[in-house]
Design a protein around this ligand. Structure first.
Ligand code: 6PG
Length: 238
C-alpha cells in the first residue's frame, strides 16, 4: 500500500523526510538499541540530509547504508557516499561522548563491482543480523523519471532477483555501472519512504500509484509492503 504525503514544496518535502528519519531512528533505538537506515542517492535527498544533520540529537547506534551506489571511487562527487558525506556527515556537530553514525560504504566498488556487491551483502548479513533478509529500520529511496528506484531500472533482470540482497547492474542513468540492493531486502524494511519532487517526476508518481509493474520498479516496492511516498505538489498527480 502506498501512503501519499504531499508537501507544499521541495523544501517542505525535504523537512518532512528528515523528520521521518529522525522518528525511525528514535523508534529503532528505543526498541532495539540500534538503527539501520538505508539512504537514497541522487539529487533530491540532499536537502533532507542537510536538515537531518541538525535534527538527530545523537547518532549513537545508528548505521547508515546505501540503497545503491555508482561504480566510481567513493570520493568521486558522483558517488552516493560522497553525496551523504557532503550533505549530512559534514554538517553533524561533534558531540563529546557521542560518536558519529557508522557509515557502510560499498567498499571496492570502483575496482571490482561484483566482489564489492558480494562483500556488501555479507556485511549486511553480519551487521544487520536480525533476519533473512536483514531488516532495515528505514529504507529511504528516490524515484527516477522513468520509475526506477535505487538502481533498479525498468525491465532489468535484477527486478526478479529473489536470493541476492545486492547485485551489479548496468543502469539507464549515468554513471551506468552500479550496485543496488534488491527488492527482497528493500521490501522487508520496517519503514520504506520514497522521496521525490518536481514536475519531471509526475509521470513516475502516477505510474507508481497505478499498481505493480516491472516497467515501473518503484511500484514493486509496495507489492506486499507499505510505502510512504513523500512528494511536493509539483510531482503530485493532478
Ligand atoms: C542514484 C539514486 C537514484 C535516484 C533517482 C532520482 O544513485 O541515482 O539512487 O535511484 O534516487 O534516480 O534521482 P534524483 O533525485 O537526482 O532525481
Amino acid at each position: 500500500m502506498i501512503e501519499l504525503t504531499v508537501a507544499d514544496d521541495e523544501e517542505a518535502a525535504a523537512r518532512t523526510t528528515a523528520e521521518r528519519i529522525v522518528s525511525a531512528i528514535g523508534d529503532a533505538r528505543t526498541h532495539r538499541g540500534v538503527a539501520h537506515v538505508a539512504l537514497a542517492g541522487g539529487r533530491t535527498p540532499a536537502r533532507a540530509y542537510e536538515l537531518l544533520a541538525g535534527l538527530v540529537p545523537n547518532w549513537d547506534g545508528v548505521h547508515l547504508w546505501f540503497g545503491d551506489e555508482r561504480c566510481v571511487p567513493l570520493d568521486d562527487p558522483e558517488s552516493n557516499h560522497a553525496l551523504v558525506g557532503r550533505t549530512l556527515l559534514a554538517h553533524i556537530p561533534a558531540r563529546p561522548g557521542h560518536p558519529p553514525p557508522q557509515v557502510h560504504p560499498v567498499v571496492g566498488i570502483a575496482d571490482d563491482a561484483a566482489a564489492a556487491a558480494e562483500a556488501y551483502e555479507h556485511e549486511l548479513h553480519t551487521i544487520v543480523d536480525n533476519g533473512d533478509p536483514p531488516l532495515f529500520d528505514l529504507a529511504l529511496l528516490g524515484l527516477g523519471a522513468d520509475g526506477h528506484t535505487a538502481s533498479l531500472f525498468p525491465g532489468d533482470p535484477a527486478l526478479s532477483e529473489q536470493q541476492r540482497l545486492c547485485v551489479t547492474v548496468h543502469g539507464a542513468k549515468p554513471p551506468f555501472a552500479r550496485v543496488t540492493l534488491t527488492l527482497p531486502v528493500l521490501r522487508a524494511a520496517r519503514r520504506t519512504i520514497v522521496l521525490t519532487a518536481g514536475t519531471g517526476k509526475a509521470w513516475a508518481v502516477g505510474a507508481m500509484l497505478a499498481g505493480p509493474s516491472d516497467r515501473v520498479p518503484a511500484s514493486l516496492l509496495a507489492d506486499g509492503a507499505d510505502v510512504e511516498l513523500i512528494l511536493d505538489r509539483a510531482a503530485a498527480p493532478v
